[in-house]
Write a protein that binds this ligand. Structure first.
Ligand code: SF4
Length: 706
């Protein structure tokens, strides 16, 4: 069986071998028995040499099938009756959803219904969910969990280059770079199969510079690790730029030919002092100079960012300041050069291109642009005026719900009561809804709060395309039928729309038919998929967008001739850095940051149900420096409570000298009392609405179970 790993943006291809002696996978699931654990561990997974990871799989990919085979899978719809979720037929569940939605539309208007998607959904589902919200329901309120994943980098790339495509280069070109800056990206745990590309670059003589408050597995391969204080990335990027300009390491010919706004940088950099930056970042000045020299003087170079730098309320500007380095040194559009946002979610790239974002229509079209609206309207067979306007971001939808303005929510492929910031508000908002519908594989933390739960197909059971971090579109085909009564996402959306009288917009009989409409909707857009077909994808092992016609080979390297702005030039960022956020104080003196661990994915709904993965990390933890632990009288393995201005949670202490003494790290994969987001603040980046997951002033104390 050929499939693709659902647990990160590399999208490693997997050849899956079921055990010969086990019952068929379908009958295994239908028994609903956890005894399947033994047989699921007998399955073998191996990588595919043509994949982005060249045949490598990490532990998540090797065991990805386990959650899909888990006996906890939802097998039939559930409706809440007398406070309990009980089995219902599909007709009962769908009729009830449609009746309640109709009631909300008639009494309060369609904008009282929200749709909440996910960055792990296929391109086809992401596309259809956007269309379902806007045309099926007529609401402006749709957004998705990718808001917490890529919004800072995506919006920064769009501002600077004119379009955002995760990596502007192919993964296999990484070994051509002579200097690589990895800013807030822990590839060793999040995309482990990419690490050999960086080893190869080093073997070729490249210098690797890592920016991270923790000594991660990725930092361990670095030539230079800038272990900076959380929240200081933007300042560091400005200082690196100043050093590069002051030392004449810029590429003036590139700047003159391909950019706008260079001369406005002087005012931005006025007042930047190396020693002051070093002190604020908490790192030696000599390290900053070294990093600037290595990147500035290298003939080729790449900068890659991820959530460490992006998930802050100044993440958008911090990325743009790093992109200033790329432009000032002319390191883009040629071999061994470029910028890359290392996407986290399985379809982090495709998930943001096809219309499940509040401000976008398919093909990266703007919902506020008249000709973009007209194009999509013509594909959908509606008038442009029938497409609602711009909505709000994922967390802001929940704020609207908390205020009683959004009364119903349809969630597909997401677990908002774990993944949002400021969980006390989110919980209250979800509890106060008139109707919460959740479509998922399992009874997630959010599904447990729902009025209606719908079982969906897993990655082994649904066909669709995903776009990996390179902008490479890949086809993942179903290898088995969904268990029990679980259904395909698209058939669920169609069935609800049918009951609401808008079903004629959703008459698709396959994922391929949806993709063919998506191709039309994307035609002429920034993310143009119109030349990509399922047949080509089967033959070509993936095609890089933009691909405007079927004879086009795709675009592995972006910006070789021109950028995507109208005049073909990229734009430097000279906006000043002015942000107000709570700073550490005597009450909350430590800085809490969060992130992933090797064996888990997102809120852990799937990986906590994969026995092999779950066994590696059974519960959440706080990584704390031994000196800090001593100061707070905490010991290894002891329970601790972390408290912020928003809320508190409990985790076990894990002592480590790999973290700064002023910083605590907690993973993001657990809900309930161990959920780090109970404490994360509600402020959002003003440019992209990214929450500040990586910067929460907290205090810590020992905690005893009652
Ligand atoms: Fe590949 Fe990512 Fe899956 Fe690991 S988690 S196997 S790196 S796709």
């Amino acid at each position: 069986m050929q499939t693709q790993c659902p647990f990160c943006s590399v999208q490693c291809k997997i050849t899956l071998h079921p055990p010969h002696s086990s019952p068929s996978p379908i009958s295994v699931i239908q028994t609903g028995a956890l005894a399947t654990a033994l047989s699921m561990e007998d399955w073998q997974a191996e990588g595919h040499p043509n994949a982005a990871s060249q045949g490598r799989l990490c532990i998540k990919g090797m065991n990805a099938h386990q959650h899909a085979l888990n006996g906890d899978r939802l097998l039939y719809p559930l409706i809440r009756r007398d406070g309990k979720l009980v089995r219902a037929s599909w007709d009962e569940a769908l009729d009830l959803i449609a009746a309640r939605f109709r009631e909300a539309m008639q009494q309060h208007g369609p904008d009282t219904i929200g749709v909440y998607g996910g960055g792990s959904l296929t391109n086809e589902t992401a596309y259809l969910l956007g269309k379902f919200a806007r045309i099926g329901l007529g609401t402006r309120y749709i957004d998705y969990n990718g808001r917490f994943c890529m919004s800072a980098a995506a919006s920064a790339g769009t501002k600077v280059f004119g379009v955002d495509r995760g990596l502007t280069f192919r993964l296999q070109d990484i070994p051509l770079a002579q200097c690589i800056i990895l800013a807030g990206t822990n590839i060793a745990e999040c995309q482990p199969t990419l690490l050999p590309y960086f080893h190869e670059a080093r073997a070729n003589g490249a210098r690797i510079i890592v920016l991270d408050p923790r000594q991660t597995g990725t930092a361990a391969i670095a030539d230079l690790h800038l272990q900076l204080k959380p929240g200081t990335d933007a300042l560091l990027a400005l200082t690196l730029l100043k050093l590069i300009i002051d030392n004449g390491w810029t590429d003036q010919a590139f700047i003159a030919q391909h950019t706008n706004g260079y001369h406005e940088l002087a005012a931005l950099l006025d007042g930047i002092e190396l020693e002051q930056t070093a002190q604020q970042c908490g790192i030696p000045a000599a390290q900053i100079v070294q990093a600037a020299e290595w990147y500035g003087t290298a003939e080729t170079g790449m900068i890659l960012t991820a959530r460490g730098i992006e998930q802050q309320t100044d993440g958008h500007l911090a990325v743009r300041y790093l992109l200033n380095l790329v432009l000032a040194t002319g390191k883009i559009g040629r071999p061994g050069c470029g910028y890359g946002a290392v996407t986290g979610q399985a379809n982090g790239q495709g998930g943001r291109e096809h219309g499940q974002k509040a401000d976008q229509l398919p093909g990266y079209r703007s919902i506020e642009n008249e000709s973009d609206r007209a194009h999509v309207a013509s594909v959908w067979g509606v008038e442009p005026s029938e497409i609602p306007g711009k909505g709000v971001s994922a967390y802001e939808m929940l704020e609207l719900a908390d205020q009683g303005l959004l009364r119903m929510l349809f969630v597909m492929g997401s677990n908002p009561v774990v993944s949002n910031p400021n969980i006390p508000l989110v919980r209250r908002a979800l509890e106060g809804l008139d109707l919460l519908v959740v479509a998922d594989l399992f009874l997630s933390e959010t599904a447990r709060m729902a009025d209606i739960v719908l079982p969906v197909a897993s990655f082994l059971e649904n066909t669709g395309t995903l776009t990996n971090l390179e902008g490479r579109v890949l086809l993942r085909e179903a290898v088995m039928e969904p268990p029990g009564e679980a259904r395909q996402d698209w058939s669920i959306l169609h069935a609800i729309a049918e009951r609401l009288g808008t079903g004629h917009y959703f008459h698709f009989n396959s994922a391929e038919a949806i993709f063919n409409e998506l191709r039309l909707a994307s035609r002429g857009g920034l993310a143009d998929y119109s030349g990509i077909t399922y047949d080509r994808l089967r033959q070509e092992e993936g095609i890089y967008w933009p691909c405007p016609d079927e004879s086009h080979a795709g675009t592995p390297t972006m910006f070789q001739q021109r950028f995507a702005h109208e005049d073909g030039k990229a734009i430097f960022t000279a906006l000043p850095h002015q942000y107000v956020r709570e700073q550490p104080s005597t009450t909350r003196p430590l800085l809490l940051t969060n992130g992933r661990v090797l064996s888990h994915y997102l809120t852990g709904v799937q990986t906590r149900r994969s026995p092999t993965l779950a066994a590696r990390e059974l519960q959440n933890f706080v990584e704390i420096h031994p000196a800090t632990a001593k100061r707070y009288r905490l010991k290894e393995g002891q329970w601790a409570e972390l408290q912020s201005a928003q809320g508190q949670f409990i985790v076990r202490c894990r002592l480590s000298e790999q973290i700064r003494m002023d910083t605590l790290f907690v993973s993001m994969h657990w809900g309930g009392k161990q959920n780090v987001n109970e404490a994360t603040p509600p402020e959002l980046d003003p440019f992209c609405k990214m929450p500040g997951f990586k910067f929460t002033p907290v205090t810590i104390r020992s905690w005893q179970p009652e």
